[in-house]
Design a protein around this ligand. Structure first.
Ligand code: GLA
Length: 648
């Protein structure tokens, strides 16, 4: 580890079975020894509460802690997170472990932080047990106060779902293969699941903090390509520093996707540096096909996380295990041993991170962009609902497409939670934000009225935060701000004999969803309509597709259909051109601002060589890149990185 420059280890995440081999037996000797060895070697310990997975004896004596699937099947032990977040029995054992660890290590100088549990919700995000039911009823009572309010919010008059007391409230369990869950109830169940796990986190944290008040606590979020499953904007206040696990998705968009996930994590970190708690040196082992990283990507990815605000770079796992489910998951020290490409790159990364730290990078913060793409967990949950006009929606997916389109246009946007304060941005983008509370809709309207610029995409603002459709024409909650009114949705798919895409008069193409806009306000200008044979076939010819409305001192764009990445980039180029820089779009640039210096980061997003000009400051770190002629010009190879520092 010293050879690789490792200075922090996250330890004992899944070690409960080793620490407490049976109910009345505790064994800390091995852990004392590991912590001591690390500490004396100059390596700090982020010590886990070790509660992520219980030992087998606990499952045997208390099978009632196991989660239940939607169809009533009990989850078997043997994997991770096989416990009910709402089980009082599990909580008692878990908090006992937290106390024992906190008592033992509170004064240990080598333990510098607490890693509470691990990836809350990975395997127990949805639990349909009796404990969950009990807790859900309490949650509903707290949210609604009266059963009438719940009936109203869930629209229970539909399909005879009325309940007369909170004791009659049920979980949205499997109801038969053709059954459809009440979307309002499902949305609340999603919220409840996130809250139940957050409460569990808070109990663990509070138990440890009571005994060991001086060491910071974190838990690793999971903002990554395929998921952003918890309402992390609601969690981030509860951690002393934000940490995130990010696993790459192989393919052309690998770097873009990493930057987009990190953009959200950086916003969650509330202006403070954060931690990459886990990522991989190369392939994982849990996908159907597990691609390795290409040469250069290990270091490029790690420095990209730093460029987006991370001050610590951790990997799962140190030594590649020889047995068990994760034996083929990459690591820092691979099966091949220290004489290996991966370990050499890990050592090179250790040097690189030291160079950046020595240059004073740590503590500096990511500079804000002018545009914010808004993200909201409720909207992501809502767009995955199975009773919408199309089941192909995902708010998070569309956030990523917009993020990438900005990069394609040589510009960059931040990704900001809806409930944050985004009023300082010039431009906000709302991709597929299906749900909005009345208050949020008002906040958006006054942002535009006061001079802001809004871009709202299809399926935005259709329903309120109870999942009630706002009446009078779509998009009910933003109709006035956007200056449009629609009456129907045109949904495309692979329907035999019907066109599966529709062209727009400006050359763009829609492939999924078109709002049938029937009128636009006098203050609005139609920028594109549907046109061409497919538009005629679908009776969309001449229907407004992209509209710009003047609203107060600001402007609001309405994009009434889904667009692909290149069309969105075309939209950014033409309509948001003030955000577009003259830089080569094959290179992405970020800046971290510190007290003493600013740090500029450049990454080659393409497979080709790219050249950057007028780079400020002195080179601090060049990777797969060279200075050309003068120091302000650099050539970057594939996966190339340039970092410069400018004193303030
Ligand atoms: C999760 C867990 C880790 C490990 C990785 C593998 O993130 O927290 O322990 O299993 O997945 O990618």
């Amino acid at each position: 580890m010293r050879q690789a420059g490792v200075n922090t280890v996250s330890l004992a995440i899944f070690s409960w079975g080793r620490i407490q081999p049976s109910e009345h037996e505790w064994d800390f000797d091995w852990l004392d020894c590991v912590i001591d060895k690390l500490g004396r070697g100059g390596i700090a310990v982020d010590l886990a509460s070790a509660t992520a997975t219980a030992p087998m004896w606990l499952y045997e004596s208390h099978p009632e802690v196991l989660p239940v699937e939607s169809n009533g099947d009990i989850v078997n032990p043997g994997s991770r997170q096989s416990w009910r977040p709402t089980s009082p029995v599990f909580k008692r054992y878990a908090l006992q472990l937290c106390s024992r660890l906190a008592e033992r290590y509170r004064d240990n100088p080598y333990v510098t932080a607490w890693h509470i549990n691990n990836e809350y919700g990975w395997n127990n995000r949805y639990d349909y047990s009796d404990d969950a039911l009990k807790a859900f009823r309490i949650w509903c009572r707290q949210r609604y106060g009266s059963i009438d309010a719940l009936n109203e919010a869930w629209g229970t008059a539909f399909w005879a779902q009325q309940v007369h007391s909170f004791e009659e409230v049920i979980l949205p369990k499997h109801m038969g293969s053709d059954a459809m869950v009440n979307p309002s109830q499902q949305l609340d169940f999603e919220r409840f699941g996130s809250d139940a796990l957050k409460d569990f986190y808070k109990s663990e944290r509070d138990t440890i903090e009571r005994i060991c008040p001086d060491k910071p606590c974190t838990t690793n979020f999971m903002v990554s390509t395929e998921q952003c499953s918890m309402d992390y904007a609601d969690w981030s206040d509860e951690v002393d520093f934000v940490s995130n696990d990010h696993y790459f998705t192989a393919g052309r968009s690998h770097l873009d996707e990493l930057l987009c996930s990190d953009a959200l994590v950086d916003s969650l970190a509330l202006g403070k540096p954060w931690y990459v708690m886990e990522h991989s040196t190369s392939a994982v082992q849990w996908k159907p096909l597990n691609s390795r990283k290409r040469a250069g990507e290990l270091i490029r990815d790690a420095v990209a996380h730093v460029a987006m605000g991370a001050d610590a770079i951790n990997y799962f796992q140190w030594r590649q295990s020889s047995a068990g489910a994760e034996a083929f998951h990459s690591s820092m020290l691979p099966h091949a041993g220290a004489d290996s490409k991966i370990f050499r790159e890990v050592c090179e990364l250790g040097e690189a991170l030291k160079t950046l730290a020595d240059a004073g990078l740590q503590g500096s913060v990511l500079e804000e962009s002018h545009a914010a793409i808004l993200f909201d967990a409720d909207c992501e949950w809502a767009t995955r609902c199975q009773t919408l006009p199309s089941t192909s929606l995902s708010h998070w997916h569309d956030v990523r497409t917009w993020y990438q389109a900005f990069l394609d246009s040589s510009s960059r946007a931040d990704v900001v939670p809806l409930r944050a304060d985004w009023t300082g941005y010039d431009t906000i983008v709302m991709p597929t934000m299906l749900l909005l509370s009345r208050q949020e809709a008002d906040r958006i309207a006054s942002f535009v009225h006061g001079g802001g610029r809004l871009v709202a995409s299809y399926a935005t603002g259709l329903a309120d935060d109870r999942f009630h459709v706002a009446l009078g024409g779509y998009p009910g909650l933003l109709r006035e701000t956007l200056g449009v009114r629609g009456e129907e949705f045109n949904i495309l798919g692979k329907l035999e004999g019907d066109p599966d895409d529709v062209g727009l008069s400006n050359g763009f193409t829609s492939r999924l969803w078109e709002n049938v806009v029937t009128s636009v306000a006098q203050t609005a200008r139609v920028l594109a309509t549907y046109s061409g044979d497919a538009a005629v076939d679908w009776e969309l010819d001449e229907v407004p597709a992209i509209v710009r409305n003047r609203y107060g001192a600001g402007s609001a764009y309405y994009i009434g259909c889904d667009l692909g990445r290149s069309d969105i980039a075309g939209f950014v180029d033409t309509e948001l051109h003030d955000l577009v820089t003259a830089a080569d779009n094959r290179v992405v640039h970020t800046r971290r601002r510190g007290a003493q210096a600013d740090f500029d980061f450049y990454f080659n997003r393409s497979k080709d060589k790219a050249t950057i000009h007028d780079v400020p400051g002195e080179a601090v770190f060049l990777y797969r890149a060279d200075a050309v002629d003068s120091s302000a010009v650099y050539a970057l190879d594939r996966s190339g990185v340039v970092v410069t520092a400018s004193s303030r």
